[in-house]
Design a protein around this ligand. Structure first.
Ligand code: PLP
Length: 387
């Protein structure tokens, strides 16, 4: 059968592969501790679910404009303005079916064939597919645990070619749990301006910073070339509702919204009503989740960190990178062996880039008990397999 050559441009995530193996194990009745997926374990808060029911009974649930409902665009604009002390209008906001789609739309809107995009390594693998499908070329830059997993400006500068069009930043970071300082963010904004690049800042974990405050690329900056990606998936435990957004210059937003049409027409309208309740409603739920993620990070640190196995103390999100170099195994093999031998599912480092073949990512978006049990099993396994 003749299928599209575009399939070969996709970067299937190693996380999904582990999920499938873990599911197969569960089917056989064997226990699994799930530390592989970046999915909050909390139920979506009640007031958000209630609003979805209310809206579906009282409103006409039809198509919305490509860029989303005006009321939601206004709410997101107001929230972004308030958080960053800048002036964001509805025309600067495109609502999307999750942050995933937001990233894809931005790539479709800005890239020409052969354009290069600087991407973090380790970094979230989905960026690679979006770039490739939009005709672009990903150019990894290294995030070094010994340098807080922050980008190195000199290294970035050495990667610039006439084709470099954009840089992607992701703080708080997946898979690193790293949070950027405001000084380094300013340097990165200068770097992007100096080289005439779009700076795409994926801030989907913006509400989960353990100490201090989240530093946004839009904080006090209103550059035409800064593009912010965020959404409700993580902040309000709404991954399945599929609502994210792009904040950018009006022209980028208009172009992105045009690409929504052949993909989805518009994001789900029920979910848009729910997202409005999330953004405009009580925010204690976000604080409660932040406190839980901070506590769980500490629990994992008390087991794996104490044993010297954590690459860098996480400052946010709900991930950490664990060093497996003592075992001499590459991360793909290690992940399979760990699951087979002790029933803990984790993500292989190499799915996040070539810099991380000797590490694994654990997600602490699971119960406190499972964080302790899983971390202990991982620590003991690494110790038992150490060369
Ligand atoms: N960006 C990063 C770094 C992520 O880890 C994720 C999800 O895991 C997303 C964006 C997209 O999330 P969603 O599409 O659920 O909004």
């Amino acid at each position: 059968m003749n299928l599209s050559s575009g399939l070969s441009k996709l970067h299937p995530s190693g996380i999904r592969a582990v999920m499938a193996l873990a599911a197969a194990r569960k089917k056989l009745g064997m226990p699994v501790i799930h530390m592989e997926v970046g999915q909050p374990d909390f139920k979506t808060p009640h007031h958000i679910i209630d609003e979805a029911f209310k809206a579906s009974r009282s409103q006409y649930i039809g198509y919305t404009p490509n860029a989303g409902m005006d009321t939601l665009r206004e709410s997101v604009a107001e929230r972004t303005s308030r958080r960053n002390k800048i002036n964001v209008n509805m025309e600067n906001v495109c609502i999307t079916s999750g942050g995933v789609m937001a990233i894809y739309l931005v790539m479709m809107a800005i890239l020409e064939s052969g354009d290069e995009v600087l991407v973090p390594d380790p970094g979230w693998p989905n960026y690679l597919s979006s770039i490739a499908l939009s005709g672009g070329k990903a150019k990894p830059y290294v995030l070094d645990p010994d340098n807080n997993y922050w980008p190195d400006i000199e290294e970035l500068q050495s990667k610039i070619t006439p084709k470099t069009k954009a840089i992607i930043l992701n703080f708080p970071g997946n898979p690193t749990g790293a949070v950027l300082s405001s000084e380094r963010m300013s340097e990165l904004i200068d770097f992007a301006e100096r080289n005439n690049l779009y700076l795409i800042s994926d801030e989907i974990y913006e509400d989960f910073v353990f100490e201090g405050k989240h530093v946004s690329a839009l904080n006090s900056v209103s550059s035409d070339k800064v593009i912010l990606i965020s959404g409700v998936s993580k902040s309000y435990s709404m991954t399945g509702w599929r609502i994210g957004w792009i904040i950018a210059n009006e022209k980028i937003i208009a172009a992105s919204a045009q690409f929504v049409e052949p993909l989805a027409s518009c994001p789900s309208s029920i979910s848009q009503y729910a997202a409005m309740a999330a953004i405009n409603g009580p925010q204690d739920c976000v604080k409660d989740m932040l406190n839980a993620y901070r506590r769980r990070a500490e629990l994992a640190m008390s087991v794996l960190g104490e044993a010297g196995l954590v690459m860098n103390r996480p400052q946010g999100a709900f991930y950490m990178m664990v060093d497996i170099s003592k075992t001499g195994q590459n991360s793909d093999d290690f992940v399979r062996n760990l699951l087979d031998d002790v029933g803990v599912a984790v993500a292989p480092g190499q799915t996040f880039g070539l810099s991380s073949t000797n590490s694994i990512r654990i997600s602490t978006a699971i119960s406190d008990d499972d964080v302790i049990k899983g971390s202990t099993l991982i620590r003991d396994y690494i110790t038992s397999k150490s060369l």
